[in-house]
Design a protein around this ligand. Structure first.
Ligand SMILES: [Mg+2]
Length: 392
């Protein structure tokens, strides 16, 4: 088998751009991967084009070799945007390999370990605060509206959610800092939000808060401390400094989750060596499937559980489900429920969700293909909306 074509495919997904990779072969098998990075969609697509000459005419079954060659080409700047492009191509190659053998990708990695994986509703309130008209969801004017959202999440079968620091109002906002400093009053905003969610979800439910890169060590520690009485699933934050993260984790009984942006195993290892967090995040569209699996296995050797980072299209959700199906120490998997109303059109199969769990797909490859006509009908316009610059 030979690779005959490699191309990025990009879809308009309202406030984000989904970036996919399509790899075609001379035997008619087509593979799809996802490497969405809505902050740099043009750079990621350009990276895919830069990799094309390395793999055109090559055997797509030699996934490890081709991935190594792409990484070798990129060895002076590993990871980053080009790493995402390589990940998207690699994921498309696994899709081809699974289809060629007639097996789901998890079969290539020793699965199935499980037949379903528990999900949490991510960015719960965050997207509704910013885009209620687009989503057709009720505005979040008061904390009672947050409580009602918590009730809705339970009614829709979920047993866990993750939110960001949402402040209800007209309009509602998602709080962010530019200096990493915890200002007076923010702790109250956090506890008000979590109290409101808890009133809607009840106690038999897991809450998580993601503060991203918004606070340095001191502020993050103060937030972790105030959350100790909330029995959180986790507090999530991002930092490039393993020992700083370890300080936060050691100083609190609140479980700490991190490392979604750490996308090579070499960069990940110091965080694991330091036992810097309780739960590790791994992002398949940014890291690649095999390297994500290697990171999960390395984390298990450090007694650290993992959770896939997944806030993209349904294709990424399928890819993450295969990681969960081929790995042991997976706590839970992220999914966005609120998304562009036309997101479902982009794939041929939707995730099968029952009682807050995704059923692991069993079709060859990832178990879903792209609907390229639907993407052609909603092309990416080539520019990030300026209102989103700097936001998460
Ligand atoms: Mg996060």
């Amino acid at each position: 088998m030979k690779i005959t074509n490699v191309q990025p495919i990009q879809a308009d997904a309202a406030w984000t751009c989904y970036t996919f990779v399509k790899v075609e072969t001379d035997v008619g098998i087509t593979g799809y991967g996802e490497c969405t990075d809505w902050r740099a969609p043009n750079a990621v697509a350009g990276g895919v084009l830069d990799m094309r000459p390395l793999i055109i005419d090559q055997d797509p079954m030699a996934v490890t070799l081709l991935t190594a060659e792409m990484n070798r080409h990129n060895q002076q700047a590993p990871g980053g945007t080009m790493g995402r492009a390589i990940a998207g191509i690699e994921c498309a190659l696994w899709d081809i390999k699974g289809k060629a053998y007639g097996v789901p990708v998890y079969e290539l990695f020793g699965g199935p370990f499980r037949d379903r994986v528990r999900l949490y509703w991510s960015h719960c309130s965050s997207y509704r605060a910013r885009y209620p008209e687009l989503l057709g969801t009720p505005p979040l004017r008061t904390y009672d509206d947050i409580t009602n959202l918590g009730r809705e999440v339970v009614q829709r079968g979920f047993t866990a959610l993750k939110t960001n620091i949402t402040i209800p109002g007209e309009p509602a906002e998602v709080y962010a800092t530019s200096d990493g400093v915890l200002q007076a009053g923010v702790l109250d905003k956090i506890t008000n939000l979590l109290d409101a969610f808890r009133a809607g979800t009840g106690n038999d439910f897991d809450l998580a808060l993601d503060i991203n890169y918004n606070f340095k060590t001191r502020g993050a520690s103060q937030i972790a401390k105030i959350l100790e009485s909330y029995n959180m699933m986790w507090l999530e934050l991002d930092t490039w400094e393993p020992t700083a993260l370890k300080r936060i984790t050691r100083a609190t009984s609140t479980p700490i989750c991190s490392c979604e942006s750490v996308n090579t195993i070499v960069d990940y290892r110091p965080f694991l060596d330091a036992k810097a967090m309780d739960i590790g995040m791994v992002d398949i569209p940014w890291t690649g499937f095999a390297q994500s699996k290697a990171i999960v296995d390395l984390a298990e050797s450090h007694d650290i559980v993992m959770a896939p980072h997944n806030y993209y299209s349904h294709l990424s959700t399928f890819m993450a489900a295969h990681l969960c199906a081929s790995s042991r120490c997976i706590q839970i998997m992220e999914t966005d429920v609120d998304a562009a109303p036309w997101r479902d059109e982009f794939v041929t199969e939707l995730p099968h969700i029952e009682n807050g769990h995704m059923i692991i797909p069993d079709a060859p490859g990832w178990g879903t293909d792209l609907n390229e006509q639907a993407i052609t009908d909603r092309p990416w316009q080539g520019q990030i909306p300026t209102g989103l610059i700097g936001k998460k």
